[in-house]
Design a protein around this ligand. Sequence first.
Ligand code: GLU
Length: 312
Amino acid sequence: MAIKNADRNFIERVFEEAYQKGLSAAPSGHKADYIPELAKADENAFGICAMDKNGEFVGIGDIDTRFSMQSISKVLTLSAAIEIMGFDEVFSNVMFEPSGDGFNSIVKLDTVSNLPYNPMINAGAIQIASMLADNVSFDNLLDFAREFCHDSKIELNEPVYRSECETGDRNRAIAYLLKSKGVLKTDIEKTCDLYFKMCSLNVTARSLAGMGLIISNDGVNPFTERRYISHENVRTLKSIMFSCGMYDRSGEFSVKVGVPAKSGVGGGIVCAARGPLGIGIYGPALDCKGNSAAGVAAMEHISSSLNLHIFD
Ligand code: GLU
């Protein structure tokens, strides 16, 4: 799907309809409040936008509002880890199976498996953070995030970061459990600090569209032609986003939308649609699984109207 001039009116109409569907769905959701700073979000905020490889752009609503990327950072850290350490090393420390449990669940990690189920849930991302912590600095990852999202203004959201540190005991518990099993081998506070910082990067829906575009364009920035992720690794990344990116609603999202995506409890969704087309969404009212309620409704409409389902 490219945003060609001939199709622009049609695409803009689809986005306008999706925006209205999202607005109708938003009241069924609630903003996250278990990290106190996230409870300050405006529950009515909503924005969706898309960017194609020619730089054509459609956007509607709050597409330049800053919010913390939260679990969407798991896409960045997995990308960095497989590029730096390679597939075999990464996936001998974390699996790639959907967990069917909540993002911060600890149960299966304790009772079923020593390895985290996948890198898109907290346990997996904390394990990835531990592997990165001794190999790359936060500043390097911040630069990576800025380039990957075509957004030089991405910064650490200090209040969110402090809030995560103050209330992150469940994540620390996951890290201690991983350490007790001999899987996590680095310093717990250093690992959690990197994980909390990455969750606290401030992005916009526009930045997420830029990020989705690189992923959908086989890991290459179409404007600079710089490759960030190898073809093999971006295939792995998209497969994991497709099967595990939308918390324990990933199966339903794959069936109904059919686009590799990742959401975060800050209200963001990044989608890497074929085309290549990057789609970024902000809507902090979350469904009971942790996904933007407005964003999911909007994506169902956009995908069916623009034939974006990968099996269409
Ligand atoms: N910082 C959040 C946490 O670890 C991220 C959760 C999410 O977006 O899924 O609880």
